[in-house]
Ligand binder design. Structure first.
Ligand SMILES: N[C@@H](CCC(=O)N[C@@H](CS)C(=O)NCC(=O)O)C(=O)O
Length: 217
C-alpha cells in the first residue's frame, strides 16, 4: 500500500521531496496543487504537504523531507542522507535546514516578490531582508570555505534542501556582486545540483547577473 500522497508544484521548496520520491522510487503518490484534496485539506495553500495513507497531514518542508527519506530502501544511502547514528550531525542538519528555510530563503523570497511587483517596494524592508540574507550567507561561507559539505565529509539531506534554495536564489535573486562576497557558496551549489538526484532538475542552471531588485538602487 502506498505510504501516502505528496502535493507539490514547481516551487522550490517542493523539489527535494518530489525528487526523493522519483529518484528512490518511493511508494508515494504525487499530486498537484489543483487536486481537490490539497484545496480542501491545506488552508495555507503552500507546498510541500503530505497525507499519509492513514490520513495524517504533514506540512513544513524539513520534517516532511526527513520523513520521506526514511523510506529509502538502500540502507547506506539513507544512513548517509539522514546522518543516522550521529545526533550531533543530525542537529547540524537541523541547523542548516532551519537557517536556510527561514532566515535566508524567506528573506530572499521577500526581496524577489517586491522586485517583481507582487508586493509594493519598501526600501526599509528591502534593506532589512538584505541584512538577513547577508548574515545567513556569512554563516554558510564560513563553513564552506573550509569544507565541501555542510555537516560532514558527505552530502546529506541538509545539503540537498539548502543547496536547492541557494541555487534558486542564484538564478533569480542574488546577482554576481552578492555572490562574489561569498565565493565558497557557488562551488558548493554546483556540487549539490550536480548530484544524480538533482541533475536533471537543474540542467538549465544559469546564474543571474544583477540582483533582482537592482532597478530600485
Ligand atoms: N514553512 C513552509 C513554507 C512553505 C512555502 O512557503 N512554500 C512556498 C513554495 S517555495 C509556497 O507554496 N508558496 C505559495 C504561496 O505562498 O502562496 C515550509 O517550510 O514548508
Amino acid at each position: 500500500m502506498s505510504q501516502g500522497t505528496l502535493f507539490v508544484n514547481d516551487f522550490p521548496r517542493g523539489i527535494v521531496a518530489k525528487r526523493l520520491v522519483e529518484f528512490y522510487n518511493l511508494d508515494v503518490k504525487i499530486e498537484s496543487t489543483s487536486s481537490p484534496t490539497f484545496i480542501k485539506e491545506f488552508p495555507l495553500k503552500r507546498i510541500p504537504v503530505f497525507i499519509t495513507s492513514d490520513g495524517v497531514k504533514l506540512q513544513e518542508m524539513t520534517p516532511l523531507s526527513i520523513y520521506l527519506a526514511n523510506f529509502i530502501s538502500d540502507k547506506k544511502v539513507k544512513a548517509q542522507l539522514l546522518s543516522e547514528g550521529n545526533i550531533l550531525d543530525q542537529a547540524l542538519q537541523g541547523k542548516w535546514m532551519s537557517l536556510s528555510n527561514t532566515d535566508f530563503f524567506t528573506c530572499a523570497a521577500n526581496i524577489f516578490y517586491m522586485s517583481v511587483g507582487n508586493w509594493q517596494y519598501y526600501e526599509e524592508l528591502d534593506e532589512k531582508f538584505w541584512k538577513e540574507v547577508n548574515a545567513a550567507a556569512s554563516v554558510f561561507e564560513e563553513r564552506l570555505s573550509k569544507n565541501n559539505y555542510l555537516v560532514n565529509d558527505n552530502i546529506t539531506l541538509a545539503d540537498l534542501i539548502t543547496g536547492v534554495q541557494w541555487a534558486f536564489s542564484f538564478q533569480h535573486i542574488l546577482g554576481e556582486e552578492f555572490r562574489s562576497k561569498y565565493p565558497s557558496i557557488e562551488p558548493w551549489v554546483r556540487r549539490v545540483i550536480g548530484e544524480p538526484i538533482l541533475k536533471e532538475q537543474f540542467k538549465d542552471f544559469k546564474l543571474l547577473e544583477k540582483n533582482c531588485d537592482s532597478k530600485f538602487h
